[in-house]
Design a protein around this ligand. Structure first.
Ligand code: PMP
Length: 355
């Protein structure tokens, strides 16, 4: 067999569709509908392309300095990587053991966590969320574990846990790492939990430039934590690829992070379209979770998720759906521009009227 045992046993993550051409309204991968900051675009234009001859700085120190000053931490507390997927993958390898004690995460969450576990041979336990998709922290306490990974806000449910929940976990398991995946936190009514990393040496907060900073294609993610965790992440990265962040993306990401005003404006626009979209979906008979993210998680009282998804597809609107039993009828709909969202709402109105 032309495969290692490792490769033969993998069940890879399936990313959302990236259509190659044609005019579609793309609401399936939680990208930002607005372009990156004009300052980020200017940084790309000003980039000295002769620098591509050289390897980038393996420690990406300039980018880490910018992230550190924005996040209110020291540079030594910042790790950067090629998208937060890579940062999360390295973190699973760095902090979770392939012992018999499992890593805990919810049964309804970012499906990449299971994939990392299968890649590294880490045991895991998918803890059932309640029927309203709430994560019950009591289910995570008093257990033998290897660690915990929680997306906050969670995906695809769009719901957040409060700060106290993470304090309880960090205090209950001082020698286990608690990963908080804050890919969507900038759209949340709650603040980032980065400040907890100063008190708790076992909390690692992972964030991304892909969503709130409109840089999914630049592939930049980062982790904030105690210097011990960051050093461990770096040593794992240096066993895999020293240069995960390229110099062009690093320059673009820095410029984007320095443009706070543009960032805040885009986030506010998305929150306002989110409120409009949620209101309209509820009036059309959808059950919609109280979204703290840049997407809505919605199921219709009469029509199946599969039917709705394909009827939208026929009208050039792509949304995401996961074929797993508890959530098969839910659509995960990225918040687009106001115009895209109006088109989505009229398409749904027409589809439902024909039923
Ligand atoms: N975490 C969550 C919860 C996500 O939904 C995503 C996006 N698919 C990521 C992390 C990864 O984002 P990126 O690799 O683009 O930073």
């Amino acid at each position: 067999m032309l495969k290692s045992r490792l490769a033969a046993g993998l069940v890879p993550y399936v990313p959302g569709e990236q259509p190659k051409g044609g005019k579609v309204i793309k609401l399936n991968t939680n990208e930002n509908p607005y372009p990156p900051s004009p300052k980020a675009i200017a940084a790309a234009k000003d980039y000295d392309f002769s620098r591509l001859r050289l390897y980038p700085d393996p420690t990406a120190v300039l980018l880490r300095e910018t992230v550190a000053s924005t996040e209110g931490v020291k540079t030594e507390n910042v790790f950067v990587g090629n998208g937060s997927d890579e940062v999360l993958s390295l973190a699973f390898a760095a902090f979770f053991d392939s012992s018999s004690s499992p890593v805990l995460f919810p049964d309804v969450t970012y499906s990449f966590y299971k994939v990392f576990c299968s890649l590294y041979g880490i045991a895991y336990d998918e803890v059932a969320v309640s029927d309203d998709f709430t994560v019950r922290i009591s289910d995570y306490l008093d257990r033998e574990i290897s660690g915990i990974a929680l997306a906050n806000p969670n995906a695809p449910t769009a719901l957040s846990l409060k700060r106290d929940a993470f304090v309880a976990l960090a205090e209950a398991y001082p020698d286990k790492v608690i990963i908080i995946d804050e890919a969507y936190v900038d759209f949340s009514s709650q603040k980032s939990l980065v400040p907890l990393t100063k008190k708790y040496k076992n909390i690692l907060v992972v964030k991304t430039f892909s969503k709130s900073r409109s840089l999914a294609g630049g592939r930049i993610g980062y982790a904030i934590g105690d210097v011990g965790l960051i050093d461990t992440l770096r040593s794992v990265k240096d066993c895999f690829n020293s240069y995960t962040v390229d110099s062009l993306s690093a320059s673009i990401a820095r410029a984007s992070m320095l443009d706070e005003a543009y960032f805040a404006e885009c986030v506010e626009k998305i929150k306002s379209v989110r409120a409009y979209a949620a209101f309209e979906l509820v009036s059309l008979g959808f059950r919609v979770t109280d979204s703290d993210a840049n997407f809505l998680f919605a199921a219709h009282e009469k029509k199946s998720g599969r039917e709705l998804q394909s009827a939208l597809r026929e009208r050039g609107i792509i949304v995401r759906r996961f074929d797993s039993p508890r959530i098969a009828d839910y659509l995960r709909i990225t918040v687009g521009t106001r115009e895209e969202t109006e088109t989505l709402v009229s398409a749904l109105r027409e589809i439902l009227a024909r039923a």
